[in-house]
Design a protein around this ligand. Structure first.
Ligand code: DAK
Length: 257
């Protein structure tokens, strides 16, 4: 399917979404966010898809929310844009999402990458939160997700003084999983996504949920939720199949049931 704001494709069990506003470095306007979230929800509902890759261009993953769209907005208009609802819907996607990032990854773009489960970055990737330069602050999760990922000191420098992280620094701080040459970042992300997509679907679903809870709950609540999810998987055919396949020294054949 082709859309003006995003391009989608399915390769094997991987759903791919490419942000497609190249003239404005994939600035995230409301329409793009709305289209992106519906594409993610469609992939999430599709049992033929096990993992999602979200990417932009070589020059920019996304240079942030669309400044032109926000420049003259009142607080009420900002609320009406439904931006918050889109971000909440994005966080509710149950399948693993890998961000394949090259070039600019700023503001809302960086928050979008942070809302994904893993990041594969090209050597040209630059991560930053420049909201302060516009007289505003982060609004889609960076103050929380970035701080939990790279720590307080680096986050403070990024949000208070527009410090950009190079891809190498981002790798060192644990913001990204893998660093690749510019011409292979997408292939690397796709290869990782194909491996993940081939794994037991219900176990993937529960495992993502459990790790996500680590950021949303206290340790005892998170541990209790992990145990519930763990025991629940013993009601699945895939648990029986996975363990039987191990004992019979053969590859498992997952049913997603
Ligand atoms: N919005 C709109 N247009 C943008 C843009 C953006 N964020 N970023 C780039 N563009 C446009 C430029 O205006 C330019 O358009 P033309 O002049 O050609 O018409 C085109 O993309 C190419 O950009 P440049 O000519 O500037 O390219 P350079 O290589 O020289 O510079 C740059 C690249 C990324 C350093 C620069 O474009 C830049 O500084 N861009 C702005 C980055 C930025 O400030 N991003 C943060 C935006 S604020 C919310 C939650 C979150 C947010 C909002 C609401 N709620 C909960 C309601 C998030 C806010 C943000 O992200």
């Amino acid at each position: 399917m082709t859309d003006s704001l995003i391009l989608t494709e399915i390769i094997g069990r991987v759903g791919i979404i490419r942000l497609n506003r190249p003239k404005v470095l994939n600035a995230l306007n409301q329409e793009l966010m709305h289209t992106l979230v519906s594409a993610l929800q469609d992939f999430d509902k599709n049992p033929e898809i096990g993992c999602i890759v979200l990417t932009g261009s070589e020059r920019a993953f996304a240079a942030g929310a669309d400044v032109k769209e926000m420049a003259d907005a009142s607080p009420f208009e900002m609320i009406q844009m439904g931006y918050i609802e889109q971000w909440d819907a994005l966080a509710a996607i149950t399948k693993p999402i890998i961000a394949a990032v090259s070039g600019w990854c700023l503001g809302g773009g960086c928050e979008l990458a942070l809302a994904c489960d893993m990041i594969v970055a090209s050597e040209s990737a630059k991560f930053g939160q420049p909201e302060i330069t516009l007289g505003i602050m982060t609004g889609a999760g960076a103050s929380q997700r970035l701080a939990r990922t790279v720590g307080k000191a680096v986050t403070m420098e990024m949000v208070l003084n527009n410090r950009h992280l190079s891809a190498e620094e981002a790798l060192g701080y644990g913001l990204v999983n893998r660093l690749t040459p510019v011409d292979t970042f997408f292939e690397e992300a796709l290869a990782l996504a194909k491996e993940i997509a081939a794994r037991a679907p219900l176990a993937l679903h529960s495992q993502k949920k459990a790790v996500t809870l680590a950021f949303d709950t206290t340790l005892p609540e998170g541990l209790a939720a992990e145990r519930r999810l763990f025991f629940l998987l013993f009601s699945t055919l895939d648990q029986k199949e996975g363990m039987q396949a191990f004992l019979e020294k053969r590859p498992p054949s997952w049913r997603g049931a």
